[in-house]
Design a protein around this ligand. Structure first.
Ligand SMILES: [Zn+2]
Length: 225
């Protein structure tokens, strides 16, 4: 892996960093490379208020912000909020999103930017923020552009895009990722329930999770101009 000086992750929701990049973060932090998470929204439109409810529309953003803070402390990374509204990034002009991200990138000057692969991010916020992030980098002078790793997370992405360029495996460190995910209690409740109610033995359930989340895969973005 080429040597990086600062890694910036641009995803829209508190928990995307843990589900999508905890292993990658671990790898860079263990090499002493600083990592900053640019979190697009506070996930404030999330429908999961818990059973029994632990949140309402007013308290959910604060709860998710606190969870984000705890996850980032655990992952040993900084975070900045981009201040978009949850579930609305796709309605923002591409240029607005790009300029917002570019401002942060110019300030941090990362050597590597990680975002979703537009069209392969599953959630409209993922696709829209990724498109804006790639546009932000494209707007920079060529010699100043950081490398982009784009995460495709659709089920059939390999059929469409081929083999990813970068594969980071959690391996024996899978528990680390699980711990990061569980910092987002409001989002991980379903996962915990599944763990408790699973007919399979716990180890088998964890095995299933490992298949889904044990590898973080990225494509190196190629600009045409
Ligand atoms: Zn998300």
């Amino acid at each position: 892996m080429e040597k990086h000086t600062h890694v910036v992750i641009v995803y829209p929701h508190p928990d995307d960093e843990s589900f999508g990049a905890a292993g990658t973060i671990r790898k860079f932090r263990s090499q002493g490379v600083p990592v900053t998470y640019l979190c697009g929204t506070l996930g404030e439109m999330g429908r999961n208020m818990g059973t029994p409810p632990f949140a309402n529309r007013e308290t959910l953003p604060q709860i998710r912000k606190k969870e984000l803070e705890e996850a980032c402390a655990f992952l040993d990374i900084d975070y900045r909020l981009l201040g978009f509204r949850d579930k609305t990034i796709e309605f923002e002009p591409l240029e607005t999103v790009a300029k917002r991200v570019k401002k942060e990138l110019e300030d941090i000057e990362p050597s590597l930017v990680i975002t979703h692969y537009p069209g392969h991010g599953v959630h409209p916020d993922h696709n829209a923020l990724a498109a804006g992030t790639i546009e932000a980098v494209r707007m920079m002078p060529k010699e100043k552009r950081p490398t982009i790793w784009a995460a495709a997370i659709t089920r059939d992405f390999e059929k469409v895009l081929g083999e990813p360029d970068v594969v980071i495996e959690l391996g024996e460190h899978f528990d680390y990722k699980l711990e990061a995910i569980l910092k987002h209690r409001s989002q991980a409740e379903g996962l915990l329930k599944q763990l408790e109610n699973s007919d399979k033995s716990e180890s088998e359930f964890i095995k299933g999770l490992k298949t889904r989340l044990g590898k973080e895969r990225f494509f190196i973005w190629q600009f045409e101009d």
